[in-house]
Design a binder for this molecule. Structure first.
Ligand code: UDP
Length: 485
């Protein structure tokens, strides 16, 4: 291979919108702010229209080279009913040969490989090419701490985590309540648990971990990860770089067609509640009806991104992208709902331009499943949250937002364990909009917005952290050039 005219870095995204978006944003940032040539390998999946659109828009921006790796067949590798987490791990393991040949085929020799949390096994490929490898953990420091500590918990905790009487202690960090553990920890006999322990062992083998937070968001947890006098720091010997919040950037006039934005433009400042459960979250029919009543009772304006309900009754904490029942929207709601809310509410099917909505001055609250991208998009726009975790690591995110950061309220029961009633929904909406407490919550989220913006600006902590990584890559590239000449 030749070397390029500037350092070239290769990124590997694992499948799923929540993983693709952060890698694309990191790639763009490295290219626009740190003068690197960036190639992003994405794993072709049966992607949704929204996923194809995001990919297409990233391709046309032309800031990074985006290359789709051929799809892999994992049907013989995992059982057909394996959890999504297990499937992603299997796909990322099976992608190694394709990644290897894609890297060999590049006309320039990359200075490093950056993978996401599911890509730790693909780091072996970087070793074969004698490249440094980094992990972009597109989430927060508390989840990273738990992930790195899980192999230790695996040795010391007897029985199921969810049955423990005490919260799970992680040195120097907030303990994790048994009911908050991430989905792969819920049943230790399942393949996804073994995969998660493997992930915890694999991640610290890289040369540095990038996090989608900023120094001031979780200073204590970052200190614990860096404290080599304590077990956690000893398990995580590599540098941790908080480089966020990296969220999708608005493009002028992007997705502004239709009735949505003209409607939003007419609403009073910070008056609209935005309701969305991520790229795949769905509720049960029963829960949708309660939510509809709750929104109506609150008498606040709202935009609700509605996905067809799950077939299950009771709770509906599922990731079911594309598999909801097709039905007329009106049939999910209480009778007459759509007519009654005509003036105050907008209902959008399936997918909405979330970043554009959250950054609109009329939006003043977000009922969110607390996926980390959605969380950062809310904070970056100073929007208070009603935390409604459904799956994956979202229960921990909700706890972080309510108990540590004070920018959210949440239902008394876990939405994954029962149905949140309309009265409680109404009260939560009032707490973040019109009650006395609302001002405090709003001030706290605005302060976080300010510290996030500062960290990303020239000289800010996140900007500096990514500059350090970029400088390391530049140094390596220069050495490669000298060796090649
Ligand atoms: N998103 C969107 N419109 C929607 C639903 C989701 O633009 O209707 C985007 C959202 O802005 C975020 C991502 O999809 O960037 C979802 O990622 P997150 O980590 O919040 O949740 P996940 O979908 O991975 O559970």
């Amino acid at each position: 291979n030749k070397t390029s005219s500037k350092p070239h870095v290769v990124l590997l995204a694992s499948i799923g919108m929540g993983h693709l978006i952060p890698i694309l944003e990191l790639g763009k940032r490295l290219s626009t702010h740190h003068n690197l040539d960036v190639t992003i390998f994405v794993v072709a999946s049966q992607s949704s229209a929204a996923e194809s659109q995001i990919l297409h828009s990233a391709m046309t921006e032309n800031l990074c080279e985006i290359v789709e790796l051929p799809p892999v067949n994992i049907s013989g590798l995992v059982s057909h009913d394996a959890a999504l987490f297990t499937q992603i791990c299997a796909i990322m393991r099976a992608i190694k040969p394709a990644l290897r040949s894609a890297i060999s085929g590049l006309s320039f020799r990359p200075a490093a490989l950056i993978v996401d949390l599911f890509g730790s096994e693909a780091m072996m490929v970087a070793d074969e090419f004698e490249m440094p490898k980094y992990v972009y953990f597109p989430s927060n420091a508390w989840l990273l701490a738990l992930t790195i500590y899980i192999p230790t918990l695996d040795k010391v905790v007897q029985g199921e985590y969810v049955d423990q009487k005490e919260p799970l202690k992680i040195p120097g960090c907030k303990a994790v309540r048994p009911e908050d553990v991430v989905d792969p920890m819920v049943d230790r006999t399942k393949q996804q648990y073994l995969e998660y322990v493997g992930m915890g062992m694999g991640i610290p083998k890289c040369d540095g971990i990038l996090l989608n937070i900023w120094e001031d968001l979780q200073p204590k947890t970052l200190e614990a990860l860096r404290d080599d006098q304590e077990l956690l720091g000893q398990l995580c010997k590599v540098p941790v770089y908080p480089v966020g919040p990296l969220t999708r950037q608005l493009k002028p006039l992007d997705s502004r067609s239709g009735e949505l934005f003209p409607w939003l433009d007419k609403q009073p400042s910070e008056s609209v509640i935005y309701v969305s459960f991520g790229s795949g979250g769905t509720l049960s029919l029963e829960q949708m009806v309660e939510l509809a009543w709750g929104l109506e009772l609150s008498q606040q304006r709202f935009i609700w991104v509605v996905r067809s309900p799950t077939r299950k009754t009771g709770n509906g904490s599922y990731f079911t992208a594309g598999s909801g029942e097709a039905n007329s929207m009106a049939s999910y709601f209480p009778e007459g709902f759509l007519d009654r809310i005509r003036e105050v509410g907008l209902v959008i099917e399936d997918w909405a331009p979330q970043v554009e909505i959250l950054s609109h001055p009329s939006v003043g609250g977000f009922i969110s499943h607390c996926g980390w991208n959605s969380t950062l998009e809310a904070i970056s726009n100073g929007v208070p949250i009603i935390a409604w975790p459904l799956y994956a690591e979202q229960r921990m995110n909700a706890t972080l937002l309510t108990e540590e950061l004070g920018v959210a309220v949440r239902p008394n029961i876990l939405a994954s364990e029962g149905v949140v009633g309309s009265k409680e929904i109404e009260m939560m909406i009032r707490t973040i909009t019109v009650d006395k407490e609302a001002t405090h919550i709003r001030n706290r989220v605005k302060n976080l917005k300010y510290s996030a913006t500062k960290s990303l600006s020239e000289g800010g902590s996140s900007h500096n952290a990514l500059s350090i990584v970029a400088k390391k890559l530049e140094l390596r590239w220069k050495t490669m050039e000298v060796n090649a000449s």
